[in-house]
Design a protein around this ligand. Structure first.
Ligand SMILES: Cc1cc2nc3c(=O)[nH]c(=O)nc-3n(C[C@H](O)[C@H](O)[C@H](O)COP(=O)(O)OP(=O)(O)OC[C@H]3O[C@@H](n4cnc5c(N)ncnc54)[C@H](O)[C@@H]3O)c2cc1C
Length: 491
């Protein structure tokens, strides 16, 4: 880092809050999107100049204002579990602002059913504190043990119980954020209001491109683990499985978990019982009467499609699978170790959404095109998908693909990931779906941001111009940058 920037930062925060060691900077250069190239030392993007750790909103304010004045790119960071290149650096003059030291639970308020936390609170820590009191956040992404509240809000994350509790945007009641000019804005916590457009949504999902989220207030819910029920079915195909999901949802029932795995995806999760079939899963929780009614609705809905149901699965299998679903840091580290030892990439994903009518068409079109057009199809060790979040008007499809890598590490993405990713995005946009259901746009879907939003891109662009006129917030994330897309993605 140049001396002037270092001195400038030192006038705001103490020296021990500024990290410049090479190992940490290398780690901060990219996120999980480029994890293979990273472990193989094959990165060709610049490292940030430093990582700074503010302790307060006031410090965030001064850091952002300093960067704004001096044209320093800011990459906002929380738990580092982001998957779409949002943490990747494309600028020579750049710093990472890491909120993980702002990790106080400010207030648990069971009477008003809300909790206020600083940006760096790990979701699992908040959940653990709430469980002691008999409550839950209702938010359970697989990354819950590591992801932090600021990042979870900034990416519009969603958890496994979304059908019942909603996604993060349904949970956030208010928040505090800081803009690059140093403005601190606090959105108050009210049950609802009609005070103009809902400005929470300027911060929710901004992926560090408009503002830095410093504090969040979320709803909390009563927790009734004693009533939980688990259902699993083997079904003939994705089409009938999706119809069963739809039947439950459109009739007004809200199981906390409602999922359908394709045969291939089921093989990697349920090899001991899937028998080459698709796996349909429901989990129900909440007050006793609601659970009972939802259980009955699930059984009736599945019965309506009984000719496609191969068999009911022992519920203990589903419960056991569910209890081991989340990823802690140890599992993330093991995955990295596996990549060092084996040239394979397991678990690349592209998650999209569409209405009920089109989701099955997208699924079938993608399967067909990848199998027929992808020229490294022989290296694919798995291609499948699951629907994991359903709504009254449609559902998501989480495509998953694993492959053996038979090329140089720096060519992995262009050779394998991008061609498949592109087919999924093309097929989804063609049928009116969204190319990103919950991981955000990051940098690697930014070339399609305009197509995703169509004429509404105007509104998004104006927000960027208004809140970040100098463009210092996460250069290349969400908002497409042609030159870097050609240099770092297409090249
Ligand atoms: C094993 C695994 C499982 C996952 N499962 C799920 C899942 O079930 N559901 C789901 O939705 N996602 C999931 N993800 C993706 C990821 O966990 C989410 O995107 C999560 O919300 C990122 O939070 P984080 O704290 O790690 O943020 P980071 O990775 O640190 O940052 C993510 C993005 O948010 C921006 N950002 C971070 N902090 C701030 C801030 N304070 N202010 C403004 N911008 C900020 C960053 O610049 C970046 O663009 C999973 C990831 C992994 C590795």
């Amino acid at each position: 880092m140049d001396a002037q920037t270092f001195e400038g930062l030192k006038s705001i925060i103490s020296e021990e809050q500024i990290v410049t060691n090479q190992e940490a900077l290398y780690d901060a250069t990219v996120d999980r999107y480029k994890k293979y190239a990273k472990v193989k030392n094959a990165l060709h993007v610049p490292s940030p100049a430093s990582i700074v750790y503010p302790y307060s909103t006031e410090e965030v304010k001064s850091i952002l204002a300093f960067c704004n004045e001096n044209n320093i790119n800011v990459i906002s960071r929380s738990g580092k579990t982001g998957t779409e290149g949002g943490l990747e650096n494309w600028k020579e003059k750049s710093i990472v602002v890491d909120g993980s030291k702002m990790n106080n639970i400010v207030k648990l308020d069971p009477y008003n059913m809300q909790a206020t936390v600083q940006t760096g609170v790990v979701l699992q820590d908040l959940e653990d504190e709430l469980r002691k009191l008999g409550y839950t956040t209702g938010h359970s992404p697989q990354s819950k043990p590591v992801a932090q509240m600021g990042g979870l809000v900034a990416t519009r994350s969603i958890g496994q119980f979304s059908t019942l509790y909603g996604a993060i945007e349904d949970m956030v009641v208010g928040l505090e954020c800081v803009f690059p000019d140093g403005q601190i804005s606090k959105i108050k916590n009210v049950p609802r209001r009609s005070g103009g457009p809902d400005i929470r949504h300027i911060a929710i999902g901004n992926e560090g491109t408009l503002c830095y989220i410093t504090e969040v207030t979320v709803k909390i819910f009563k927790f009734y683990p004693e009533n939980n029920t688990f259902y699993g079915y083997l079904v003939d195909d994705m089409d009938s499985g999706l119809q069963m999901l739809r039947e439950v949802i459109v009739n007004g029932f809200r199981p906390s978990v409602a999922r359908l795995y394709s045969e291939e995806d089921a093989r990697q999760h349920f090899s001991h019982f899937y028998k080459g079939k698709c796996v349909l899963i429901f989990m129900v929780e909440g007050p006793e009467g609601i659970v009972k009614a939802t259980n009955e609705a699930i059984e009736q809905s599945v019965d309506k499609f009984r000719s496609s149901v191969v068999e009911k699965v022992d519920s203990s299998y589903i419960e056991e699978w569910f209890n081991n679903l989340n990823w802690g840091q140890d599992r993330i580290d093991k995955e990295i170790q596996d990549m060092i030892e084996n040239d394979t990439h397991d678990g690349y994903t592209t998650e999209v959404s569409a209405d009920w009518e089109n989701i099955i068409k997208i699924y079938n079109n993608v399967m067909h095109r990848v199998k027929n057009e992808f020229d490294r199809v022989e290296d694919l060790t798995m291609l499948g998908g699951h629907s994991s979040h359903s709504y009254i008007n449609g559902t998501n499809m989480y495509f998953v693909y694993n492959y053996t890598i038979n090329c140089a590490p720096e060519e992995e993405l262009q050779t394998y990931h991008h061609p498949i990713h592109e087919i999924i995005i093309e097929e989804t946009l063609k049928l009116g779906g969204s190319m990103c259901h919950h991981h955000g746009i990051g940098k690697y879907r930014s070339e399609w941001t305009k197509e995703e939003h169509g004429s509404a891109y105007y509104m998004l662009e104006k927000l960027k111009e208004a809140f970040d006129p100098k463009g210092i917030m996460s250069h290349g994330t969400i908002f497409p940058k042609k030159e870097e897309i050609e240099k770092y993605i297409r090249d």
